[in-house]
Design a protein around this ligand. Structure first.
Ligand code: NAP
Length: 313
């Protein structure tokens, strides 16, 4: 099959750590250009400006956007209007309505748009989802606690409106939750702990209503030093399941499970995202599930704000 030419825009931490290696290893993709105000990647044609790339390279049919959520809409809009397929890092945008606008623009333009949720591609998420089928959920507790200084050094955008604060990693937990639960939940209470010098929360709690009365809650904290937690613990009428390390490991009734190994199975979250994007482009599909962002938006709507001590990196 013909390789697809792709341009990567926003060359920062995630582009370097995950996107560039995943594209380089994929049979489907050819990294044909980068768009970045400051960075380049050896051996790849570099543009500072997206409009210039779109004009100069009509042969590049796909644009993958890795910048933070607030500036992403203008890039996505320009790419779609230029008839290109667009892949969006998580969260797909800064607001729900701008994401809906992108989806409708893509439908009109006849191009694909993919709101990626990398944590849904973690090794044991599909096994957890399969195990839950036919079981009655009693309790689900998300514990997402990490050290922001270790994982997000210098990322000042996280603390500005639209940067999501602790929901930047927390939305990954919500992307797993919304993937594995068969019934939809909705937020009932939330507390947002906002440092007095920041615009976004450094910690948050959420509780949700579940249609059959299960207790569903989440706790996110960016101030955790030492052991780090990215766990989802689930109790059902037929046993317990714990997803750990952001979905990479799974224990059922205390027994660790290992991933089913299929011949030639794609390994890794980002290789799977790029394989899905290739499928969407070839089939002319759109995948724009906004449910994780919806829960975060609800927390900002309903959450009780608590001012906490300033965050000094
Ligand atoms: P980052 O390194 O701080 O930023 C990525 C790049 O975006 C920057 O290097 C910058 O490139 C560009 N950028 C920043 N502000 C911009 C603006 N106002 N306009 C245009 N471009 C701008 O952030 P990151 O960690 O890669 O995160 C980016 C996205 O990936 C976020 O949505 C995040 O949630 C997601 N993500 C991050 C991780 C992670 O581990 N870090 C994991 C998964 C997903 P130039 O200045 O060179 O243009």
């Amino acid at each position: 099959m013909m390789r697809l030419k792709i341009a990567l825009a926003g060359i920062g931490k995630i582009a370097r750590d995950q996107h560039i290696p995943a594209i380089a290893a994929a049979v489907d993709w050819d990294l044909a250009a980068t768009v970045s105000r400051h960075a380049t990647h050896d051996g790849v044609e570099a543009y500072v400006d997206l409009a210039a790339m779109l004009e100069a390279r009509p042969d590049i049919g796909v644009v993958s956007l890795c910048m933070p959520p607030v500036p992403r809409f203008e890039y996505a809009k320009a790419a779609i209007q230029a008839g290109r397929h667009v892949m969006l890092e998580k969260p797909p945008g800064a607001t729900l309505s701008e994401c809906r606008t992108l989806e409708s623009m893509a439908r009109k333009a006849g191009v694909s748009v993919y709101a990626t949720w990398h944590s849904r591609e973690a090794a044991m998420v599909s096994a957890a989802k399969a195990w839950l089928v036919g079981k009655a959920l009693r309790r689900l507790v998300v514990t997402w606690k990490e050290d922001v200084r270790k994982w997000h050094p210098g990322q000042t955008w996280i603390w500005k409106a639209g940067g999501l604060g602790v929901f930047d990693p927390g939305i990954n937990a919500l992307s797993i939750l919304t993937e594995i639960l068969s019934d939809p939940v909705h937020l009932t209470t939330s507390e947002l702990f906002i440092p007095e010098n920041c615009e976004t929360p450094i910690a948050a709690t959420m509780t949700f209503a579940h249609p059959h009365g299960a207790e569903v809650s989440a706790e996110f904290d960016f101030r955790k030093e030492g052991d780090q937690f990215w766990n989802i613990a689930i109790e059902t009428d037929q046993g317990n399941l714990v997803l750990c390390e952001g979905g990479a490991t799974l224990a059922i009734d205390g027994k660790t499970q290992s991933a089913a190994t299929k011949k030639n199975a794609l390994t890794g979250e980002y290789p799977r995202l790029y394989a899905k994007m290739a499928g969407l482009v070839r089939a002319g599909g759109i995948d724009m599930d906004l449910s994780p962002l919806m829960h975060v938006a609800d927390a900002f709507l309903l959450g009780r704000r608590v001012t906490v001590e300033p965050f000094i990196e």
